[in-house]
Design a protein around this ligand. Structure first.
Ligand code: NAP
Length: 309
């Protein structure tokens, strides 16, 4: 990349928070660059069907919703590049965003990089990733047509993944560490009504085993201590997310779990650096609230740039 121009705002992350911030900042006629290292649309792009984003009474595919958000922001002038952020440095009144494609210079930064799937951290998980261990049913379910699979977790993501997998797999074993699901009521109702989904309560996975591909999981009943094995061709790990802020340690104030601390205007302690979406402390972690955060962060950028002129 050649020498960076000075952008009014650089946005890190192309999910609903970042794309909404991009829409607002571009409509405000600020020069705005958004960087994304993976899929534009973020987590929503790997969600099969979104039915709780207002305005779509019949729901919408997550991929399509992400594309619409991007098109809408680009229509007003948002520029995007594929790059991974690795740091932010302060230089006078400017911010230098270090990225895999070179340094970007900005007057303000909105950090909206979201979060990454939590790993189980058990033997075999790493080794069989891509060989039966997956973190995305929308991406990989079709590989498991008429085969037995497991989903680990009890939240909205795990149930959504299990329901999607039930359209392909012969059997879906939902492995949850407690005897009560965390997921929202309507998803629980659907899971209990789906004959291909079987619940394995009070159970944790101890290891993932196989030869070339996953063949079985060793599991432990946390109440009785009984250990057993279940035969599956795939395991979908859906046990929450961790914020993607390792590269911001020592730069921005983080909570104990690594989320960025902001005020209600999405401002961090560093003037001109805002955060939005799942990455911030106390986020409701919904596409709609991430979009709201993005709008609020962009309005704070506008205020900051106007006042610092
Ligand atoms: P989550 O709500 O944090 O749930 C994580 C689940 O994994 C919990 O059931 C938890 O068990 C279990 N878990 C955590 N660590 C574990 C471990 N080490 N071993 C075994 N199990 C473990 O995460 P999520 O389901 O990914 O959802 C994240 C956010 O996105 C939520 O706010 C959710 O509402 C939102 N979301 C919404 C939708 C939707 O609206 N349709 C879809 C997806 C996600 P415990 O219950 O025992 O803690």
């Amino acid at each position: 990349m050649t020498q960076s121009p000075v952008y009014d705002v650089v946005i890190i992350g192309g999910g609903p928070a970042g794309l909404t911030a991009g829409l607002y900042a571009s409509r405000g006629r600020f020069s705005t660059l958004l960087i994304e290292r993976g899929l534009f649309g973020g987590q929503i792009a790997t969600t099969e069907h979104v039915e709780n984003y207002p305005g779509f009474p019949n729901g919408i595919s997550g991929m399509e919703l992400g594309q619409f958000m991007m098109e809408q922001a680009e229509k007003f002038g948002l520029k995007t590049i594929s790059a991974e952020a690795s740091g932010i440095e302060l230089q006078g009144g400017l911010k230098i965003v270090k990225t895999s494609e070179g340094d970007l210079v900005a007057r303000t930064v909105i950090v909206a990089g979201g979060s990454q799937r939590q790993k189980m951290a058990v033997p075999g998980e790493e080794e069989f990733t891509g060989k039966g261990v997956s973190y995305c049913a929308t991406c990989d379910a079709a590989f498991f047509q008429d085969q037995a699979v497991a989903v680990v977790g009890g939240g909205d993501s795990a149930i959504s993944e299990a329901l999607h997998l039930a359209k392909f797999a012969s059997k879906v074993t939902l492995i949850h560490r407690r005897d009560e699901l965390r997921a929202t009521g309507i998803l629980q109702e659907r899971a209990f009504a789906e004959p291909r989904i079987q619940l394995l309560w009070d159970t944790t996975v101890e290891s993932v085993e196989g030869k070339k591909f996953v063949e079985k999981l060793r599991v432990n009943n946390v109440k009785t201590g009984t250990k057993s094995a279940i035969e599956v061709s795939g395991v979908f790990v859906s046990i929450g997310f961790r914020p993607d802020t390792d590269y911001l340690r020592g730069i921005l104030p983080l909570d104990s779990a690594g989320h960025i601390i902001t005020n209600e205007r999405m401002e961090t302690d560093i003037p001109g650096i805002m955060a939005a979406g799942d990455i911030r402390h106390n986020s409701a972690k919904q596409a709609i609230t991430a979009a709201g955060d993005g709008a609020t962060a962009a309005l704070s950028v506008e205020r900051f740039l106007t006042e610092s002129r």
